[in-house]
Design a protein around this ligand. Structure first.
Ligand SMILES: [Zn+2]
Length: 429
């Protein structure tokens, strides 16, 4: 689940909180040495929660996921699975874990991110993985180390058992909560060089094991007005960037936002809102600078690349009416496409039938939050989102996952791995 950029500002407090929390818990006891495999998925998850993987852009700590990636690599190797490091940035890498059955078998891909949001304000020890009343508490237990543990556990069982109709791989990615650099680098750089293309990808995020086939995307960017500063005793000698911005906001709220009428049956309507404003420096100076930050929700079928050009047309019109109006748009801070179900129907039908056979809810649903799933659209790989835990518990002060659902998710992932898919179609044979 995508986090917000503006949380970066409290980095210092957060690091202190993290350190204090670290002192309280000693999770090294639950980690296994290289070569030693956990005896349950729950135990693996407990060890994973013990790693502080607060996103680098939030914590300021470089390569936040590195130690956990290395740990999972050693676990997967001890399980007899093949691993490969796919470099992303710094020392950080996406970890590919795979089990190849044959050259002819189709590839089924699973994805899970290793970073988490901050631990600030948490009321439970974020790294202790405390278990109470059938739940495990901790940062990332739900979003999304639960899925990450369950997928690896399922692949271990798959590789040891039969039938084995598919080649199966897992990619553990970096930086989902802020920049999605892990998934994007995987899709754009690593995947084309692997020598195989998956029939589809199952993205592990908390959906309570409901099948999510659509979600909205988001574009966030800054619009700036530039004025001329002067002493406030002579306003006519300058130009107020704030006055200019008032005109810009009025134009957006009357001639852009109300015109957004695109909608999708699973994710609702396109939305746009102006949520941050900064302008001026002091009370006796005509402001030289003003900026707003705009959040635009893109529904499946819309093209994020078209957002800024559409706003530019409104601004161009405004410049024509108001002489000297100096307004410009920055490139987006976030430019995240929607997860579009069209084209992926056959793969979604395959996943749906597996859920039906397990007598689990199998209706196709959509959600408002974003995930790595949409990045797979860059490579035309169909993607669905399916994982244990509820999004209501992700990012919360007492994040937890239901352990019964964790157990069930291992079964679901294992059934998916064991179900034959026809290569290129995503249909069962
Ligand atoms: Zn997530």
């Amino acid at each position: 689940m995508l986090y917000a950029l503006y949380h970066r500002e409290r980095v210092k407090t957060r690091i202190k909180v993290t350190r204090d929390m670290n002192r309280k818990s000693d999770t090294s006891k639950v980690r296994k040495m290289p070569g030693q495999v956990h005896d349950s998925c729950k135990s693996l998850l407990l060890a994973m929660v013990g790693f502080d993987t607060v996103n680098t852009n939030i914590s300021g700590k470089p390569d936040a996921e590195l130690a956990l990636s290395q740990y999972l690599e050693s676990q997967a190797n001890a399980m007899g699975l093949t691993t490969r490091r796919l470099p992303v940035s710094g020392e950080g890498f996406n970890l590919l874990v795979s089990h190849r059955v044959s050259d002819e078998a189709p590839w089924l891909l699973f994805e899970s991110h290793l970073d988490t949001v901050s631990v600030e304000g948490m009321t439970v020890d974020p790294f202790a993985g405390q278990v109470r009343a059938g739940r495990m508490y901790g940062r990332g237990a739900c979003d999304t180390k639960g899925s990450g543990a369950a997928i690896l556990w399922a692949l271990r069982r798959y590789a040891e058992g039969s039938p084995q109709p598919n080649n199966v791989a897992i990619v553990y990615t970096l930086d989902e909560e802020i920049g999605k650099t892990g998934a994007r680098t995987f899709v754009k750089t690593h995947l084309p060089a692997l020598g195989w293309k998956p029939v589809g990808v199952i993205v592990g995020e908390p959906t309570e094991l409901r099948l999510v086939v659509a979600h909205n995307g988001v574009v966030r960017w800054r619009i700036e007005t530039q004025g001329i500063a002067t002493h406030s005793s002579d306003p006519g000698g300058g130009r107020s960037a704030i006055s200019m911005m008032v005109k810009v906001i009025r134009a957006l709220e009357s001639r852009y936002i109300p015109m957004l009428n695109t909608s999708h049956p699973l994710t609702g309507r396109a939305q746009c809102s102006i949520n941050v404003i900064h302008g001026g420096t002091q009370i006796n100076v005509i402001p030289e600078h003003c900026e707003i930050h705009v959040d635009r929700r893109i529904v499946p079928g819309e093209d994020p690349q078209q957002v800024l050009p559409a706003v530019e047309r409104v601004l161009a019109e405004l410049r024509g009416v108001h002489e000297g109006l100096n307004v410009s748009q920055d490139q987006p801070d976030i430019d995240d496409p929607p997860l579009d179900p069209s084209g992926g129907e056959a793969f979604a039908a395959f996943v749906r039938r597996v859920l039906e056979r397990m007598e689990l809810p199998s209706d196709l649903t959509g959600v408002g939050y974003g995930t790595d799933a949409s990045s797979f659209g860059y490579a035309d790989v169909p993607a669905v989102v399916l994982g244990p835990g509820s999004i209501a518990q992700g990012h919360t002060c007492d994040e937890w996952i239901d352990l019964e659902q964790l157990r069930r998710s291992v079964d679901v992932y294992l059934h998916l791995m064991c179900s034959p898919i026809e290569a290129g179609k995503g249909e069962e044979q």
